[in-house]
Design a protein around this ligand. Structure first.
Ligand code: ADP
Length: 281
């Protein structure tokens, strides 16, 4: 079906006897922004890594991953052209996003490599239109002043914004973000989530973002897929995933998802399921 960005059927994955995914099936339409929620170890990262072929599922009939209508893996075997498929899929991880010793600009231009002839890629001789595109992408996320700094000198939030710029330069149609705000302060987290939401809303990019806590799913993602011990235990509107439901699904693990107790003033006093929807600036 053309309108599906992500299709997953009966995905199982075990690591040395630990079953990380147990028969996961999921469909995400193009243009959706979906939160992947779950406590540590529930399988979020493992699922995301299957979507761009970084992990192979256990062999088994019926297991399949398709992204933008193209098979990434089937029955535990990767598609031959899996590298080419990654051109349209951007991965934003919690860490290891950028090459530390290279300037931010070069990291962002890496998003253009799949469009360039090999000699340009090897010599890092980028044509002017790609340089302009990269600069505009940095402007869009508000870090153009850092363009020629080494990536290692950026803060965590700025690094994630650089990774979003790279996805823009890549002209990705799907963004897979694995806990992109896990180690950021609240303001940087909001900024990064706003930018992902902007990509989704303004450019129609499909975003699947794993989150450790439910607060940002409420603010930015209309749909949530919740995992527990490698199984999908909820798939539906985020607004219906209230605290009692989280407790029913996760038991004592729900505390991890609801976040730390908030200070007793202002908006922080509200429970996550009462937070107003934040719109991207
Ligand atoms: P989450 O992203 O929700 O924190 P993960 O997908 O990282 O969860 O992990 C799911 C389960 O799979 C955990 O039990 C984890 O220990 C295990 N696991 C994940 N990756 C590996 C790996 N490379 N080797 C061994 N076990 C792994």
């Amino acid at each position: 079906m053309d309108h599906l960005a992500i299709e997953v059927e009966s995905l199982c994955k075990s690591f040395n006897g630990t079953q990380a995914l147990r028969g996961v099936s999921l469909r995400v339409a193009q243009g959706e922004m979906v939160a992947l929620l779950g406590a540590s170890g529930s399988g979020k990262s493992t699922l995301l890594r299957h979507l761009n072929g970084l992990h192979r599922a256990d062999a088994g009939p019926g297991s399949m991953v398709r992204v933008l209508g193209r098979t990434v893996q089937s029955g535990g075997l990767l598609a031959r052209d899996v590298r080419a498929q990654r051109a349209e899929v951007a991965a934003i991880f919690q860490q290891f996003n950028l090459v530390d010793r290279l300037p931010v600009m070069v990291n962002v231009l890496a998003g253009a490599l799949h469009r360039l002839p090999m000699w340009r890629a090897l010599l890092r001789r980028f044509p002017e239109n790609e340089l302009n595109r990269a600069y505009q992408a940095l402007q869009r996320v508000g870090i153009e002043r850092c363009a020629w700094q080494r990536a290692s000198t950026l803060s965590g939030g700025q690094q994630q914004r650089a990774a979003i710029s790279r996805a823009l330069v890549q002209q990705a149609r799907v963004v897979l973000a694995d806990e992109p705000i896990a180690s950021l302060d609240p303001e940087s987290s909001r900024r990064v989530m706003s930018l992902l939401a902007e990509l989704n809303r303004e450019l129609g990019v499909t975003v699947l973002v794993s989150l450790h806590q439910v607060e940002h799913a409420f603010a930015f993602c209309p749909r949530t897929v919740a995992l527990r011990a490698g199984e999908i235990v909820y798939d539906g509107p985020t607004r219906e995933l209230d605290a009692p439901r989280l407790r029913a699904l996760y038991g004592t693990q729900s505390d991890e998802l609801l976040g730390p107790p908030q200070p007793a003033d202002g908006i922080a006093q509200a429970q996550p399921w009462q937070l107003p929807v934040l719109h991207a600036a």
